[in-house]
Design a protein around this ligand. Structure first.
Ligand code: ADP
Ligand code: MG
Length: 373
């Protein structure tokens, strides 16, 4: 069962350089949240502050009732066991095999026997499609495989909170889709609270329950994905459509002259290269694969959106209703597919392995994925 992480008024600087200030948000228990923002806005720093690796000057981070910015190092050590973290670069030990890398937290934090460790490690490596690669060294495998090994290691202690720093960086779109699906499936299976740091617009639009965005040293918005995807907030809109035109510039902030120039170009009908969607349509959220339990957080999340609905513009309400109907249909189809395949047996583990194995990964095999579902 995932736990809530509640951040209040958090501020972090390095020397005289302020990174972000007064960040307040709650990662609801068991829900998947994504933190977006241009490069260098301090997303990785935020993630490290959540596990007490970096120390903010102000504010609090409450995990399972404990403020980790103020607790003793002994308490922090215990709290950290709730977390599974996939760092941006995978952070594997280069001289250790994938098996030993994955076993590391178990050997470090538990008194389990080697045979117990072996079975847990093999289960997690299988889950990320690396069941046959346990004896490989990180230097012998692709970036995508290193990411997946990092994820396997993040999962071995059955974390209640999973933090993933750019799980998609260095992955091709198809592998990105698999790793995103895997995160949704893991969420369905263990109900962990998940935070994904990413700049990937597709992930942001289809995976999380909630989205937050860091920009100009502040958290611009944090809330249900449905609300941000239909938001008029200029920075959020620009980022989610990947457009050159808008408040976000190459060096983060644009001056007035550049903004005026852009307006002229836009008036002359020249675009900034982003997707032209008007956000009147929301792509339905990715659902767990057939055979996975329903996500426990889904109902809670939907209720929260329902409670906010009356504050939203009519067009947003309509878009949200439509995406909810589409999600429900995918769920029904998945349940039916599961019922049909249930008779022939076939475990989920085999399915996941098949997803990652082979050089010709083919999305057509996985009906749940079609059409961005
Ligand atoms: N340990 C550190 N000491 C000093 N500055 C740091 C440290 N870690 C990160 N920074 C600075 O914080 C800023 C945000 O970095 P980061 O969190 O990596 O951005 P993002 O992940 O959003 O791309 C950068 O300017 C970076 O140089
Ligand atoms: Mg980063």
């Amino acid at each position: 069962m995932g736990v809530e992480v509640s951040v209040e008024g958090l501020t972090k600087s390095f020397g005289s350089q302020n990174i972000w200030r007064d960040v307040t948000l709650t990662l609801p228990e068991g829900e998947v949240s994504a933190l977006l923002g241009p490069s260098g806005t301090g997303k990785s720093v935020f993630l490290k502050a959540l596990i007490g690796l970096l120390h903010p000057e102000q504010g609090s981070v409450i995990v399972d009732g404990t403020d980790i910015t103020k607790c003793s190092s002994k308490e922090l050590y215990e709290i950290r066991k709730l977390f599974g973290v996939l760092f941006q670069d995978g952070a594997l030990f280069g001289s250790m095999s994938l098996f030993d890398n994955t076993a590391f937290p178990l050997r470090e934090h538990t008194k389990k026997s080697e045979s117990d460790i072996r079975s847990i490690v093999m289960e997690k490596l299988d889950l990320v499609g690396l069941g046959d690669a346990g004896d490989k060294l990180p230097g012998e495998i692709s970036g995508g495989m290193r990411k997946r090994a990092g994820l396997a290691r993040a999962l071995v202690l059955d974390p209640q909170i999973i933090l993933c720093d750019e799980p998609d960086s260095g992955l091709d779109p198809v592998r990105t889709a698999y790793i995103s699906q895997l995160l949704i499936d893991i969420n369905a299976e263990i109900d962990a609270t998940i935070l994904i740091v990413t700049h990937n617009i597709n992930i942001a639009r289809t995976i999380p329950d909630n989205i937050g965005m860091l920009f100009r040293k502040e958290l611009v918005m944090f809330g249900p994905r449905e609300v941000l995807l239909t938001s008029d907030e200029p920075a959020v809109k620009q980022f989610l459509s990947g457009d050159r035109f808008g408040p976000i510039g190459m060096s983060e902030e644009k001056d007035d002259a550049t903004a005026a120039q852009e307006q002229e170009l836009a008036d002359a009908g020249i675009g900034g290269g982003g997707t032209k969607d008007d956000f009147s349509e929301i792509i339905p959220q990715v659902q767990p694969n057939p055979g996975m339990p329903e996500r426990k957080a889904s109902a809670r999340h939907r209720q929260r959106v329902e409670d906010m609905m009356h504050e939203l513009p009519e067009s947003a309400q309509k878009a949200i209703r439509q995406s909810q109907e589409a999600e429900d249909e995918v769920r029904r189809n998945n349940a039916e597919a599961q019922e049909r395949s249930g008779q022939s047996g076939g475990s989920q583990k085999v399915d996941t392995e098949k997803q990652f194995a082979g050089s010709n990964d083919n999305t057509e095999q996985f009906p749940a994925y079609r059409g961005g579902n």
